[in-house]
Design a protein around this ligand. Structure first.
Ligand code: PLP
Length: 403
């Protein structure tokens, strides 16, 4: 089929980040489905990379946006004016995170939220060293990239932040590197881009203890795992370990750009003094995004979507185990509706993902691993839609294995 003018213009005028963009020309998206401009429908098994937990364009989110937009859009830089949707979302988050976390700083994205969390930790502890984990991912701005555990992405941008120590994820003996010079340890409770790596049962609690012994702050980056995706509102609840700072984004805005970091009052207070205005943003906590985020959070909790994620995650995992029996599959692992589906080779993974897309199923592999496909469908997905996806995956995999 000839390339459309829109695609030609996309390739010409929109900065490209990959040599092979998926290139679906989006006409509309609703629930678990994306429709392209030719009318072809795609089942979305990655939710815009963990954003559309309520599905695309959920009516409660659309209504919240439509109600707020005509009242006011941006009025003043963050933190100066009182904007109701922002206050109510911060309040609702405080009601749903464990004490003593209660104060939220809103940003526009995950990487900005991590930047803010790292700066806050350095300012509060008056320390400089940061500890992070190999294969972790925290975003692409320079601070977040500095703590992202994959050299190939850091190398072209050096020098980055100094004094960052990377430890192997799940290796308890290496946690002694967290010391009294350490301002913060940043970790994803489940590594997403690293290939959906789950923590061992005692890893996060031992890390928590080590931070308490040394006075280092513990930052949980739940940008990918938060907002119900893993079967609890936040992934840390699975291991009963509470961080000093919780970082959220992606699904937080219900499809609108919104990030946040949440901490105890005395930690968060450091941003307003010595000097005041030491961390500011123009658009962070935009009133329309906060309206969308509040509607999404209320819907998520009111309709028990975390529980649904747990139940349907088990269902999908079972179906993937069954699918594995035909061969080519190395592992199936995950929590709730964040599942890593690992194939035997990178080449097979690439062809499998491409075949699925041609057949109308959107999948994507993870940034740090070219054999792990991350499945993260909307939490509202039905069993029937899961079956449709599995059917496409089954055909795509058998087609490759026959070659
Ligand atoms: N942290 C984690 C765990 C992520 O998965 C991501 C994005 O994939 C980020 C941070 C960065 O978020 P954003 O792309 O909104 O800057």
């Amino acid at each position: 089929m000839a390339q459309t003018k829109l695609k030609t213009d996309f390739l010409r005028y929109v900065c490209q980040t990959s040599s092979e963009p998926m290139g679906i020309e989006v006409d509309r998206a609703e629930g678990c489905w994306i429709t392209d401009r030719s009318g072809k429908r795609y089942l979305d098994f990655i939710s815009g990379i963990g954003v559309a937990n309520l599905g695309h364009a959920h009516p409660v989110v659309v209504k919240a946006v439509a109600d707020q937009a005509p009242r006011f859009l941006h009025v003043m830089v963050y933190g100066e004016f009182i904007q109701e949707t922002q206050v109510r979302l911060a309040e609702r988050l405080a009601q749903n995170v464990p004490r003593p976390l209660s104060v939220t700083y809103f940003t526009n994205s995950g990487t900005e939220a991590n930047e803010g969390a790292l700066k806050t930790a350095k300012k509060f502890t008056k320390r400089k060293k940061l500890v992070a984990f190999k294969n972790g991912f925290h975003g692409d701005s320079q601070g977040s990239l500095s703590v992202t555990g994959r050299d190939v992405y850091r190398k072209p941008f050096r020098p980055l932040l100094p004094d960052v120590t990377f430890l192997p994820f799940n290796e308890i003996k290496s946690l002694k590197a967290v010391d009294r010079r350490t301002a913060a340890v940043i970790v994803e409770p489940i590594q997403g881009e690293g290939g959906v790596n789950l923590p061992d049962d005692d890893f996060l609690s031992t890390l928590r203890r080590r931070c308490d012994e040394t006075g280092a702050l513990l930052i949980f980056d739940e940008v990918m795992t938060g907002m119900g995706r893993t079967g609890n509102l936040f992934a840390f609840e699975h291991w009963n370990v509470v961080p000093d700072i919780l970082v959220l984004a992606k699904a937080l805005g219900g499809g609108m750009p919104l990030g946040a970091f949440i901490g105890r009052p005395e930690i968060m207070k450091t941003l307003s003094e010595n000097p005041p205005l030491s961390h500011v943003t123009t658009f962070g906590g935009h009133p329309v995004c906060c309206a969308a985020g509040l509607a999404a959070l209320d819907y998520l909790i009111g309709n028990k979507l975390p529980e649904r994620a747990e139940r349907l995650g088990e269902y999908l995992t079972d179906r993937l185990y069954k699918l594995s029996e035909i061969g080519g599959v190395k592992d199936v692992r995950g929590k709730g509706l964040l599942i890593g589906f690992e194939l035997e080779t990178a080449n097979l993974t690439k062809r499998f993902v491409r075949n699925c897309r041609y057949a109308g199923l959107v999948l994507g592999w993870t940034l740090h691993s070219d054999t792990v496909i991350r499945l993260a469908p909307p939490l509202i997905i039905s069993e029937q839609e899961i079956e449709q996806g599995i059917d496409i995956m089954w055909k795509a995999l058998s087609q490759e294995l026959k070659k």
